[in-house]
Design a protein around this ligand. Structure first.
Ligand SMILES: *[C@@H]1O[C@H](CO)[C@@H](O)[C@H](O)[C@H]1NC(C)=O
Length: 192
C-alpha cells in the first residue's frame, strides 16, 4: 500500500514537472503585441536567454535563431542549438508569415509544411537588444499550452535591470515568469 502511494506520488511529480511547465488552467490571457511592428528591423540573428520548457528544445543549450526576409514577405527561420549529450549543433528550418496584415506582430511559424502554424507573437521588441515572444493555444476548454521566449541580439543577454523589466511585462499579463528556464550561452559551454 505504502509503495503504491510512493509510486503514484512519483508519477504525479514527473507529470507536474514536465507538463506543468507548459499547461495552464483557463483560457489564454489577453495580451498586447508590439505596436507598429517593423519586420525588416527584426531580421537577423537572435540568442535565446529564457524559454518555457518545450519538448522540441529539451536539452538544448546555446540556442540561436536567424531570421531572413524572403520574397513575398515569408520569413525563413533557422533555429540552431547545441546538445551536450551528442556534442553537436543541429538546426531546424522553418518559415513564418504575418497571418493578418492588420496585426503584423502576430506571426505564424511552422517547421514542416504538414504542420499547422503555431503562434509566434512579438509582445515587445526594440529590434536592437531584446524581443519577447509568446504563444498560447487553448485546448479542451479549460486548459491552454503556452510558450514564451526572451531572445537578445547579444549572446550575453541584456543587463539584469532590463531583464527585470521584461519579466514585469510578462507578469502583468499573468504569464508566469517563474516557469522561464535560462539558456546557457556562456562561451565555455558553446563550442564554436
Ligand atoms: C542554420 O544556421 C546554422 C548556424 O549558423 C548554419 O550552420 C546552417 O548552415 C544554417 N542552415 C541553413 C539551412 O541556413
Amino acid at each position: 500500500m505504502c509503495r503504491w502511494y510512493l509510486l503514484a506520488a512519483a508519477f504525479a511529480c514527473v507529470l507536474g514537472g514536465s507538463w506543468g511547465q507548459i499547461i495552464s488552467w483557463g483560457s489564454c490571457p489577453t495580451v498586447q503585441v508590439q505596436q507598429n511592428f517593423n519586420i525588416a528591423r527584426y531580421m537577423g540573428p537572435w540568442y535565446e536567454q529564457k524559454r518555457y520548457f518545450a519538448v522540441f528544445e529539451a536539452g538544448m543549450e546555446c540556442v540561436s535563431a536567424e531570421y531572413t526576409l524572403e520574397t513575398g514577405g515569408v520569413v525563413k527561420v533557422n533555429n540552431t542549438g547545441y546538445r551536450r549529450i551528442s556534442g553537436r549543433y543541429s538546426s531546424a528550418i522553418g518559415d513564418a508569415i504575418v497571418e493578418d496584415p492588420r496585426e503584423p506582430a502576430k506571426l505564424g511559424v511552422r517547421f514542416s509544411e504538414y504542420q499547422p502554424r503555431g503562434d509566434y507573437w512579438v509582445l515587445s521588441t526594440d529590434y536592437d537588444t531584446y524581443t519577447v515572444i509568446w504563444s498560447c493555444t487553448p485546448f479542451a476548454r479549460f486548459f491552454n499550452t503556452q510558450f514564451a521566449w526572451i531572445l537578445t541580439r547579444n549572446a550575453q543577454g541584456v543587463p539584469d535591470s532590463k531583464m527585470a523589466e521584461l519579466y514585469s511585462l510578462l507578469d502583468g499579463y499573468g504569464i508566469h515568469t517563474w516557469k522561464l528556464l535560462t539558456t546557457d550561452q556562456s562561451p565555455a559551454s558553446c563550442p564554436m
